[in-house]
Design a protein around this ligand. Sequence first.
Ligand SMILES: *Cc1c(COP(=O)(O)O)cnc(C)c1O
Length: 232
Amino acid sequence: MDMELKENLSRVEENICRACARAGRERKEVTLIAVSKTKPPAMLEQIYKLGIREFGENKVQELCDKHCILNQDIHWHMIGHLQRNKVRQVIDKTCLVHSLDSLRLASQLNEEAERAGIKISVLVEINMAKEASKFGVLEEEAEQFIRAVAEYPHILIKGLMTIAPFVENPEDNRIHFQNLRNLCVDINRKNIDNVCMHILSMGMTNDYEVAIEEGATMIRVGTGIFGERNYR
Ligand SMILES: *Cc1c(COP(=O)(O)O)cnc(C)c1O
């Protein structure tokens, strides 16, 4: 067992517990997704042995490769931008697509889910800070977008996701997490047919504690568990 991985995971776990305590929430309300992109399967196996079953990947090929070789009881979260021509490959391998950001993608997901005889669970990605460099639906377009996606019979909308800006001080992202939660509450109040959202996927290594305080139900932690990524 790699002691560094073990210590990293314990530290993250401790931080989650403390953030839950500060917010008066229970630990079981928050799902930790270990973001394993670029990391070798052997490293994922170590984390698996420590009890983690939720893994996040941002590339279809990598998700499919790891899905094939690692334990079948792992839940694979597709957290990265998804291209329509890759949907067929990943449709039956992911438990949740966090990154629905266009109606064209929704249409493709619906079609491939129907073909596979399943319903695909999705989160709608919201670009809360209106960053030009990021994917996602704008907050003010979210309701209309969700009403349109709700028409697809093979898609289950489970909640919202955001990738907050990279900031030095995680407190700077608190407003975006608050706003995402408020948006979720607002949309649920509209009682749109087929839409009852309960997942808020927000918070990464740098800011997951603030996200938990603001109501995150899924946090996506890569570096904090696996260490820095090397893209070379
Ligand atoms: C890489 C990635 C993460 C994890 O980022 P860290 O800062 O390493 O925790 C979370 N969410 C998405 C969408 C990512 O692409």
